[in-house]
Every structure is written in structure tokens, then in C-alpha cells.
Design a protein around this ligand. Structure first.
Ligand SMILES: [Zn+2]
Length: 259
């Protein structure tokens, strides 16, 4: 797909797993495209969920994969807790639906519950399910235990990966520059500057904002589409950065590994 679009490089950054990288890298072998193995980890920063990208993660590291698996399992324990909250609120969530989600979804979460509530006719759509019950601060919301972002940054460097802060404008922090400074000190190497937050509204302005916040901090500016293949995120290749960024990341990975 990426090759046909004329991309010179592509990175795979699955949520909380490095499991797909082996296949991804071997699929790109011998083709005229640079494939960068990666991961995206949900981390905690002072109570907020920040996403941390790790570029050039080792494609095979059972220890790291086990740690990531623990976070994924955490989603499995959180899901039944939210089901219980909804039942306590008087909604008769069918156990068969709960079991089906737990069996089939890699990361059971609020979207699955929202869909069940729509199917039950409790709400008319997914947005309403979030607004009334599932959003932070609403009665069925259960917070996630997330690893601290500073620890995440160190852990990624430990395995020779390049830590990059993903989609920083998602976090509604007035002081992005201050946050970047703190994280940079902890070892953050890059920030995702090119990202389309509103799906085409004004990506250039978003990028400019991030670049201004990161100005002079010596962070590599990356970009991404956050392509999920689910139609709710941007399409693959719709947001691109220069292939030079891959070189910068690769050099950084080398430096981190030989340090
Ligand atoms: Zn993310």
C-alpha cells in the first residue's frame, strides 16, 4: 500500500505491542522503501494520558513485549470494571456481549461498551454513550493504570529505541513548551509535529504550533497519520514528512544504542 503511494519510508507503531514488527520488516525487505519498526505506548504524565512513540524498537524483545502485554492485560481488567459500573447504574449489559469483546478485541475499551449501549438502545449513538456514561468524570468511567512517561522514555532508550511524543496538541496543555523541556531532560528525542488533528481543518497551523513550542529544544520533528485502518483516523500517507527525518531518527537510534 505504502509503496504504491510512492512513500519512501513507513513506520509501524502499534499500540502497546511490538508483535507486528517482525512481519512488517520482512514484508519491506528488498523493496524500495525504508521500514521503521516502532511502538506507541499510552503513558501517564501528572494524571494525563500522553502517547509515547518509540522508533527503531528491537523487532524481537520478549522482555519488552511482556511488559507491554501487562498494560494490555490492564485493559482487560478495566473493561469488566466498567461493565460492573454500568450494571450498577441499572443497565442489563448482556454477559455474552462482554465475553465476545474480551475474546475478540485486542484492546477492549470504551468504544466496545459504547457500541453495546447503542445496540441495547440505551443511547442513540456512540457520542452520546461517551457524553453520558463513558467519558472521564462520567459514572461508568474507570481510569487506566498507565506507566509514567519518564519511565517509558527511559525504558525505550534502554532497548535502543528513539522516544518521541505523539500528537502533542491532543493534551490540552497550555504549556506544551514547558512539558517538552521536562521530557527532553528525561531523554525525549523527538516530537510529532506533523499530524492532522481535525482531519483536514488546518494541519499547517497545528504543525506551526508544535514547532513553535519545540523551537530550539533540539527535538527531531516527526510526523504521522495515526492510520488505524478503521476510518476514524487519517489515511496512510495523508500526512508525510521528509525521508530525512528517518535518517535523523536512525542516527539518534544509533547514538542511543552505543551510548
Ligand atoms: Zn496515540
Amino acid at each position: 500500500m505504502a509503496l504504491k503511494m510512492g512513500l519512501g519510508g513507513i513506520a509501524l507503531t502499534d499500540h502497546d505491542t511490538i508483535g507486528g514488527n517482525k512481519e512488517f520488516i520482512s514484508a519491506g525487505k528488498g523493496k524500495d522503501i525504508v521500514c521503521v519498526p516502532g511502538v506507541e505506548i499510552s503513558t501517564d504524565y501528572r494524571g494525563y494520558e500522553l502517547h509515547l512513540l518509540g522508533y527503531f524498537v528491537p523487532i524481537d524483545n520478549p522482555e519488552l513485549e511482556e511488559e507491554l502485554a501487562a498494560f494490555r492485560d490492564e485493559r482487560h481488567t478495566r473493561f469488566p470494571k466498567m461493565v460492573q459500573r454500568l450494571r450498577d447504574l441499572g443497565f442489563d449489559i448482556p454477559e455474552s456481549d462482554v465475553q465476545r469483546v474480551l475474546r475478540t478485541a485486542a484492546s477492549p475499551g470504551r468504544p466496545h461498551l459504547a457500541r453495546i449501549l447503542v445496540e441495547m438502545g440505551v443511547v442513540t449513538d456512540i457520542d452520546e454513550a461517551f457524553a453520558k456514561y463513558l467519558a472521564e468524570g462520567k459514572p461508568a468511567y474507570v481510569g487506566r493504570e498507565r506507566p509514567d512517561i519518564i519511565k517509558g522514555i527511559r525504558r525505550l532508550r534502554d532497548v535502543g529505541a528513539v522516544p518521541v511524543l505523539a500528537h502533542p496538541l491532543h493534551y490540552n496543555d497550555d504549556d506544551l513548551r514547558g512539558v517538552l523541556k521536562i521530557l527532553k531532560k528525561a531523554g525525549l528525542t523527538g516530537v510529532e509535529a506533523v499530524y492532522d488533528y481535525e482531519r483536514g481543518t488546518n494541519p499547517a497551523e497545528d504543525t506551526r504550533q508544535v514547532q513553535a513550542a519545540a523551537h530550539g529544544l533540539g527535538l527531531i520533528e516527526t510526523g504521522g497519520t495515526d492510520f488505524h485502518g478503521d476510518g476514524t483516523h487519517n489515511d496512510i500517507g495523508s500526512m508525510t514528512v521528509s525521508v530525512d527525518v528517518i535518517d535523523e531518527l536512525s542516527k539518534a537510534a544509533e547514538e542511543i544504542s552505543t551510548r
